[in-house]
Design a protein around this ligand. Sequence first.
Ligand SMILES: [Zn+2]
Ligand SMILES: [Zn+2]
Length: 114
Amino acid sequence: MEDSKSKEEEKEFVCSKCNFKAKYNYHGAKPPFLKSLILLEEAYVMKDPFSTDGGLITLGAECSLCNKPVCIAADCSLFFTKRFCLGCVTDHLEEFPKEIRQEICRRDKEKKQV
Ligand SMILES: [Zn+2]
Ligand SMILES: [Zn+2]
C-alpha cells in the first residue's frame, strides 16, 4: 500500500480478502455516467463494457468497520444496510440478526465439507 493516490489514471480495485483485481472507473455512491442511479453504498464501480444503455458493474466497496476494500463475492463481504467484510462479520456476529448468523454458519459448514 504505497502512494496509490499519485496514480489517478490507473485506478485499480484490489479485494483485501481474495486479491481480486480490476480497474474501476468510479468510487462513490453516485456514478457520474449514470445520473439516475444512486448506489446503496460508496462502491467501486466500472462501466459495463457489454451494456449499451450505460450499465455498470459493482466490483466492491470498503468495509464499514475496518475500511478495507472487499469485493462483493459471497466469500468476501456481506451487505446488510452497509458493507461488511466477512472478517468483521465474524468478529461482530452477535450484533447481526439471526438470519445473517445462520447464513454465515451455513457457509462455514459448507467450507468444512470441502
Ligand atoms: Zn474478494
Ligand atoms: Zn471489515
